[in-house]
Design a binder for this molecule. Structure first.
Ligand code: C2E
Ligand code: CA
Ligand code: CA
Ligand code: CA
Length: 277
């Protein structure tokens, strides 16, 4: 069933009213979580493809009570987008990651952190001012922050998006093109969008050792990105074989269960400390 915009369910009454009840429930849980501080971030290591040590982390939202996930991000992020709640939730995540990054910076263990930004959050008037405010307020070195945006997000605002991306970069924050290989995935966007890095989506990584065409396309994407001086990160790396292929194809960083699942901040900090010793 296809919906056209958020009121499309009216035309598909039985099925969609059911879905709308589920999404209503998630909306209530999200509002409660925002008000009662039940949102949290987990940190998934990004490792150097050659040397294997941690070079950064992606901050990922969790909606948990007593360590149990109420809903997965793939369930609650779309609802947050539909209801507009993503603007406050995304701002919360950005501030929380910057506070954590600042704490690690203070402890003499500066580590680059990436934060996901949703289309609606990015388009929302005042995104830059909010980002700038959070950087000033937390005192995080902007070069320790990276924003992950999808092509869809970058395309939503036309030329305005490009100007906004440039401003963000001028503030010293890095930009990464997320979920590459899904959606439109035109290599021309690599030239078009002022990004520092490209993240090859898990869907590609999964098949890279199974399917010769995926391997060829992935190899070509990595080579092209590198010739444009973009850093290439592979996400969802689960096996040694995938890791080897991607490293040899020229990925500079990797992320995936092979190197570590998303983990609470204190656990991530222990891993960082362990590797420094
Ligand atoms: P994403 O940005 O593509 O994030 C990567 C997802 O892949 C994460 O799922 C991560 O836990 C999962 N993953 C990492 N390594 C592996 C692996 O080796 N195997 C498998 N099977 N999965 C792996 P997660 O945390 O459930 O997040 C799902 C999506 O929700 C994210 O996809 C992102 O689009 C969105 N999301 C999460 N946190 C935020 C946030 O703070 N803001 C926004 N706007 N979106 C977020
Ligand atoms: Ca991401
Ligand atoms: Ca992805
Ligand atoms: Ca994503």
């Amino acid at each position: 069933v296809k919906t056209q915009g958020r009121h499309g369910y009216r035309f598909y009454a039985p099925e969609m009213s059911q879905r709308s009840a589920a999404s209503q429930r998630i909306e209530n849980v999200l509002r409660h979580a925002l008000a009662h501080n039940e949102l949290s971030l987990q940190y998934q290591p990004k490792v150097d493809a050659r040397l294997g040590h941690i070079v950064g982390a992606e901050a990922l939202l969790r909606l948990q009570v007593d360590g149990q996930d109420l809903f997965a991000p793939d369930q609650f992020i779309p609802v947050a987008e539909d209801t507009g709640l993503i603007v406050s939730i995304g701002t919360w995540a950005l501030r929380e990651a910057c506070l954590q990054g600042r704490a690690w910076q203070r402890e003499g263990r500066p580590i680059p952190l990436s934060v996901n930004v949703s289309p609606l959050q990015f388009q929302y008037a005042g995104f830059y001012e909010r980002l700038d405010g959070i950087l000033n307020e937390t005192g995080l070195d902007p070069s320790l922050l990276e924003l992950e945006l999808t092509e869809r997000t970058m395309m939503t605002g036309g030329d305005g998006s490009i100007r906004l991306l440039r401003r963000i970069r001028q503030r010293g924050v890095r930009l990464s093109l997320d979920d590459f290989g899904t959606g439109y995935s035109s290599l021309s966007y690599l030239k078009h969008f002022p990004v520092d890095a490209l993240k090859i989506d898990r869907a590609f990584v999964r098949d890279v050792t199974q399917d010769a065409e995926t391997a060829a396309i992935t190899g070509a994407i990595i080579a092209m990105a590198r010739s444009l001086n973009k850093e290439v990160i592979a996400e969802g790396v689960e096996t040694e074989a995938q890791s080897r292929f991607l490293r040899e194809a020229g990925c500079s960083q990797m992320q995936g269960f092979l190197f570590g699942a998303p983990m609470p901040a204190d656990v991530f900090q222990q891993r960082l400390a362990g590797q420094a010793a």
